[in-house]
Design a protein around this ligand. Structure first.
Ligand code: PMP
Length: 430
């Protein structure tokens, strides 16, 4: 991580660097840019890859395997689509449900159901617990944290390592406190730092003793097939590991096609143990008579099989890779060796995490906004939107076109230099 330390250059060099950054910044502001690197949305070109969906399933194609997709029912989702995603999500088809368009909604429902209905292995409903706490690896996904806030779940931060959450910390916290009921995990190409959980991290999560009998791992595998390189990175099979270690009900697995097909009209998935799936279905039957199976059918017809899915993701990669390469190239050109920044080099997923010197992230984001470059608010990567060190900035380069990503990154790098050198000189707003 970058730090303002004694090895910093002498004052006259710093003044020169700050002056150059200030001149670059003035030029930047003068250009009147209007760019947005905030949310991790697919670009229009990516959405176009799935345009065939708009004509599917087509008239006369509503019945599949004896199921009329137009009608009520089919709470488990279409079998063919569950089969297709079974390998990618590492959940046996029988334990994998296909649902409506947002995995976030499924996560939300799991929390609601756990509040209101006793989970397998639980002594009581979470609503009847004096306190419910979740472990939140940071930096992490702001909407996970927002769900905790919504349901009054206390968040405990756990630092991330290159192999996933710091498992020494996790093991200590879950063993000591029965109020700790869950942990958020984005195990592959995590949001925002691109971390891939090691097999050993997954094994320890599956095996660790927990004070709560109803502890759950919220395994949000949102980027399971979203590779940016030739390597199809594999992670451990958490469900199988949990069963192997005598904790069969510990894992809730989530996924979706939001960043495979249409972000607003995809299909979500939920996978878990037989007991958890039965619990989930019983509760879900109270809120819906069945998911949108027409949408599931058109997804099945469009993606076809695992090869079809792989080929489709390769097309996404062709569009995404140049943008991620540009982010790394421009940060390297402008900030490498300055001691002002370090950043992730993700092998997949949707984000790059940029670390600036402590106390500078908010100011960098503010300066960028003044220059017309919208960034995710500093702090969004942490519970309650507060990064205690004020150092992490999430970059989402997927939505703008390549030329705009390049402009925005060059502008952002200028802001990092300006704020960084001002701080080194003891200047600038605190
Ligand atoms: N989980 C993670 C880690 C994400 O980054 C996102 C999207 N930014 C989601 C879930 C949302 O998924 P969905 O569209 O299926 O609700």
């Amino acid at each position: 991580s970058p730090a303002l330390d004694e090895s910093a250059p002498d004052t006259s060099t710093l003044v020169e660097q700050r002056d150059r950054a200030a001149a670059d910044y003035a030029t930047l502001v003068g250009r009147g840019l209007k760019l947005d690197l905030t949310r991790g949305k697919p670009s229009s070109a990516q959405l176009d890859l799935s345009n065939d969906l708009l004509a599917l399933p087509g008239a006369g194609h509503a019945v599949v395997d004896g199921t009329d997709t137009r009608n009520y029912g089919g709470l488990l989702g279409l079998t063919g689509l569950r089969e297709l995603f079974s390998a990618a999500l590492q959940v046996p088809t029988a334990q994998l449900l296909a649902a409506d368009n947002a995995s976030l909604a499924v996560m939300h429902d799991c929390l609601v159901h756990a509040q209101l209905s006793v989970l397998p292995g639980a002594q009581r409903r979470w609503a009847d617990e004096p306190k419910v706490k979740f472990l939140c690896p940071v930096p992490g996904y702001d909407r996970h944290f927002a769900l905790c806030e919504r349901f009054g779940i206390e968040m405990i931060q756990v630092p991330m390592t290159e192999d996933g959450p710091d498992m020494d910390v996790v093991e200590r916290l879950v063993a000591a406190d029965p109020a700790v009921k869950g942990i958020w995990c984005v195990p592959k190409y995590s949001n925002p730092d691109g971390v891939v959980y090691s097999d050993e991290t997954a094994r320890r999560l599956a095996a660790m003793p927990t004070a709560a009998p109803d502890f759950r791992i919220f395994w949000d595998n949102a980027y399971a097939v979203h590779h940016l390189t030739d390597e199809e990175v594999r992670i451990a099979d958490l469900l199988a590991l949990c069963a192997e270690h005598g904790n069969p009900d510990r894992a809730f697995v989530f996924g979706s096609t939001s960043k495979i097909t249409f972000a607003g009209s995809g299909v979500s998935f939920f996978g878990s143990s037989e007991a958890n799936v039965a619990w989930y279905l019983k509760n879900t039957a109270m809120r819906t008579i069945g998911p949108d199976k027409v949408n599931q059918l058109r997804h099945l017809m469009f993606l076809r099989d695992e090869d079809g899915l792989r080929e489709h993701m390769r097309r996404h990669r062709e569009l995404l890779r140049p943008k991620f390469d540009a982010v790394d190239r421009i940060l390297t050109e402008q900030l490498d060796g300055t001691g002002l920044a370090s950043w992730s080099k993700p092998r997949g997923g949707y984000f790059v995490s940029l670390d600036v010197p402590a106390g500078c992230a908010k100011e960098v984001v503010r300066r960028a906004a003044e220059a017309g470059i919208a960034l995710t608010p500093a702090g969004a990567t942490h519970p309650h939107g507060q990064d205690p060190e004020d150092r992490t900035i999430r970059i989402g380069p997927t939505f703008p076109d390549l030329a705009d990503v390049e402009l925005a990154m060059a502008g952002l790098a200028t802001c990092v230099r300006l704020v960084g050198y001002e701080r080194l000189l003891g200047e600038g707003a605190r």
